[in-house]
Each structure stands twice: as structure tokens, then as C-alpha cells.
Design a binder for this molecule. Structure first.
Ligand SMILES: Nc1nc2c(c(=O)[nH]1)N[C@H]1C(S)=C(S)[C@@H](COP(=O)(O)OP(=O)(O)OC[C@H]3O[C@@H](n4cnc5c(N)ncnc54)[C@H](O)[C@@H]3O)O[C@H]1N2
Ligand code: MOO
Length: 397
């Protein structure tokens, strides 16, 4: 109990040190959104595979304006012209169609006048005009996506272009969410005396999914040592990561720590110099990770973002499990406390200067501070007030 609180940065480093990348598996691109690449993706062939037109118009040789050329064929996307274009000839061409042999450029249809089977050019043409060269997008044999990249829609398009149907991705971490508390009821259920709705279950499940986890179970756990131990024992049969909320403080009904000790989960840290989130507990059994997040919903949310999310990303082999930090000017003065504060803020950079405005009251039970927040601002421990106009580190949510 008298142990010093550890700084956020030390706690994060400890979490990352315990997070061992999961094995790789092949994933079809159609379902690979948000998965993390376990290996580099190399382009199998040039993209585009052939020189083609960037415009609808005519494929021609280079030369001056006012030339009249005979139209000798047509190239459409998916069907090449099959003719060689001579100096006094033109081939009608569609965007994306292969540039016919002999042609050096494409003149836009807007810059031509068609007269019977001839076309009059109204601009000078330089070689290469409106032509997309083979390999201009992706070059055969080069790395086009690095291992550790999270696949968004754009990366998926590149992987398809690279000639692949599936990619090697790190297995998604299997997560169990356990919410401890006799007072918890299902969303929408009528509440008896002293009862509350279980917001952490839905929130933590959503956060875990957003971080790329495969959610196995979301369960509520009664406040007894036996129930807590049984729930964790069950979770640890299959989970890579157990996210528990509540029961990690010092109350007589806080059973999470003794239950985990009985199951051989070794504590790595307990209690962080953080508001909200002081009682955060983190431990491991082999490569399995257990987070005991504080029950207050805001504390659960913030500590998930600060500690559990980086772990989930690191398990997936993400190149940057920690979010990048910036700086923002705090728009109001706030009291400094004995712990570092992670203030839920709204960020605004309208005139090029990033500003952070606290998203309402900051108590660890005020879920309103989460809705619409797009950043966390970090205030150092201390006394008194922040200086007016001072800037602080921020992370985007
Ligand atoms: N004597 C002390 N008491 C407390 C300390 C302390 O240092 N000494 N720390 C306080 C801090 S800071 C926090 S944070 C909380 C964390 O306590 P627990 O993690 O043990 O959480 P619980 O006591 O189970 O619950 C706290 C609070 O959150 C509500 N809750 C719990 N689970 C959910 C859920 N799934 N959905 C919505 N709300 C939930 C619960 O009803 C309580 O109101 O301890 C302080 N106490
Ligand atoms: O650390 Mo607690 O999370 O202040 O409420």
C-alpha cells in the first residue's frame, strides 16, 4: 500500500515489455480491414501493368498543333487497339485503355475536332502527354506495404494492386471483458436501489474491437472472491488479454487482485500516478495479459486508451503501438493535482494553433466528458493552477 505510484510512461513501457507479438495467419483481403500486416507486401508485377491513357481522346505521335490525322482504330479499357499508330494517324482511346504501339501521347477529346474519319488537333503535343507509364504506381519487386502496417481501405487497394488475394496478418488478440460489481445491470434494465447500468461492458468491448481485438466474451462478475476467481480462470483458458473493470481499489469487496494471485497471474504494477486511473493493475501469466482497470467509467476508458490499447496493438505487431504526441494550448486554467492528469478535451486548430478545451466536468464518474472528446491533454503533477496560455502534451483519441 505504501508503494510509490508509477509514472504513466513507466507503466506504458512495462506493458509494452510484456506484450509479445502473436503468430501470423493468412487473411483474405476482403476481410482484412484493420488487421496488421505480419510481413512486407511486395508488388508481384508493375502497376499499372501497361502504359495507358489518362484521358478520353486520341493516341498520337508528338508534334505541332493543327495536324489532321486519320483515325485508324480504337483502344478501350480492356480491349487494346491492335494496330500500330503511324505519324499521320490517330487511335481513338478511352481512359485506362492500353496506349497502342507507335503512339507517344494522348490528346484530350476537348482539344480536337473530328471531321469524318480524320481528327484535327488544336494543341501542340509533347511525348508522354496524358500517358500513365507502366509501373508508375507500384514497381514490380518493391516493398509497397511494410510489416506492422494497419490495413485501412487505401492499404487494401495497394495490396490488391500488388497482385495478392490474401495477406499475412498477425492473429487478432482474443479478449475477454469482465465487469465486476453486484450493482451492475444490463443496459435498459429497470434499476433497483443502489443499482446502475453496466456501461463499462459495452464501452470496453467497443474500445477493444476498435483496437483490432477479437472479442470472446463479455461477462459480469459478482463481488465474491469465488465468483471472481472462477470468472478469471474461465477467461484465462482462451484469452490473450483479459480486460477487467472494477474491484482493483482497496475496498473489502475488491477481489480482483487476490483472485489473480491465486490463479498465478503475476502483478507487474499496481497504481499509477494518474487521474483518472490511479488503481490500475497490470499482470501477466506467461504471454497472457490481464488489465485490472478501475471501475469508474471514465477511469476505465482512459486507462484502456493509455495501457490496454498499446498492448493490443503491440500484440498485433503494430509498428507504432503508442499514439503520437503533440502539443496544444489549454484554453482554460486548471488545478494541478498530486498525480498526472489525463484531461478529456476537444481539439481545435482553426487558425493553425492547436487548442485543447476540457470536455466538461472531469470527475472519473462523469461519462459526459467522454462523448465528443477527441483528445487527452496531459497535465503534470504539481500544485496551484496551470499558467494561462500554457501548452501541454496531447494525444488524439
Ligand atoms: N479508500 C480508497 N478508496 C478509493 C480509492 C483509494 O485510493 N482509497 N481510489 C478511488 C479511485 S481513484 C478509483 S478510480 C476507484 C476505483 O475503484 P475500483 O476499481 O475498485 O472500482 P469499483 O469500486 O468496483 O467501482 C468504482 C465506481 O465505478 C462504478 N462501476 C464499476 N463498474 C462499472 C461498470 N461496469 N459500469 C459502470 N460503472 C461501474 C461503481 O459503481 C463505482 O461507482 O476507487 C476509489 N476508491
Ligand atoms: O484514479 Mo480514480 O480513477 O481518480 O477515480
Amino acid at each position: 500500500m505504501s508503494r510509490a505510484l508509477i509514472p504513466i510512461s513507466d507503466a506504458r513501457a512495462d506493458v509494452l515489455a510484456a506484450s509479445v507479438q502473436l503468430p501470423s495467419e493468412p487473411v483474405p483481403l476482403a476481410i482484412a480491414l484493420d488487421r496488421v500486416l505480419a510481413e512486407d507486401v511486395v508488388a508481384a508485377a508493375d502497376v499499372p501493368p501497361f502504359g495507358n491513357s489518362a484521358m478520353d481522346g486520341f493516341a498520337v505521335h508528338h508534334g505541332p498543333s493543327r495536324r489532321s490525322l486519320r483515325i485508324v482504330g480504337e483502344a478501350r479499357a480492356g480491349s487494346p487497339a491492335g494496330v500500330v499508330v503511324g505519324r499521320d494517324e490517330a487511335v481513338r482511346i478511352s481512359t485506362g485503355a492500353p496506349l497502342p504501339d507507335g503512339a507517344e501521347a494522348v490528346i484530350r477529346v476537348e482539344d480536337t475536332i473530328e471531321l469524318g474519319d480524320s481528327v484535327l488537333l488544336s494543341t501542340d503535343i509533347k511525348a508522354g502527354l496524358n500517358v500513365r507509364k507502366a509501373g508508375e504506381d507500384l514497381r514490380a519487386g518493391t516493398v509497397v506495404l511494410r510489416a506492422g502496417t494497419r490495413l485501412g481501405p487505401g492499404e487494401l487497394a495497394v495490396a490488391v494492386g500488388a497482385g495478392l488475394a490474401e495477406v499475412g496478418c498477425t492473429r487478432a488478440p482474443r479478449v475477454v471483458v469482465l465487469c465486476t460489481g453486484d450493482e451492475l445491470r444490463e443496459p435498459g434494465a429497470p434499476l433497483g436501489p443502489g443499482e446502475i447500468h453496466n456501461s463499462n461492458a459495452v464501452m470496453l468491448a467497443a474500445l477493444a474491437r476498435q483496437a483490432g481485438a477479437e472479442l470472446l466474451t463479455v461477462a459480469r462478475v459478482q463481488d465474491t472472491l469465488a465468483a471472481t476467481e472462477a470468472a478469471f480462470a474461465d477467461a484465462l483458458t482462451q484469452a490473450d488479454v483479459v480486460l477487467a473493470s472494477g474491484g482493483v481499489s482497496v475496498g473489502p469487496h475488491d477481489h480482483v487482485k487476490p483472485a489473480l494471485a491465486a490463479l498465478g497471474v503475476q502483478e507487474r504494477f499496481w497504481r499509477v500516478s494518474l487521474q483518472p486511473g490511479k488503481p490500475t493493475w497490470f499482470g501477466q501469466r506467461g504471454d497472457q495479459l490481464v488489465f485490472g482497470l478501475p471501475g469508474n467509467p471514465v477511469s476505465s476508458y482512459v486507462t484502456f486508451l493509455l495501457f490496454a490499447r498499446p498492448a493490443l496493438l503491440a500484440l498485433q505487431g503494430h509498428a507504432q503501438p503508442l499514439p503520437p504526441r503533440g502539443e496544444a494550448l489549454l484554453t482554460i486554467q486548471m488545478p494541478l493535482r498530486d498525480r498526472e492528469q489525463a484531461v478529456r478535451v476537444r481539439l481545435d486548430d482553426r487558425d493553425g494553433l492547436l487548442r485543447a478545451t476540457p470536455n466538461g466536468a472531469q470527475g472519473s464518474h462523469i461519462t459526459g466528458s467522454l462523448a465528443g472528446a477527441d483528445g487527452l491533454a496531459f497535465l503534470p503533477p504539481g500544485g496551484g493552477q496551470t499558467r494561462s496560455g500554457a501548452s501541454f502534451p496531447i494525444e488524439r483519441i
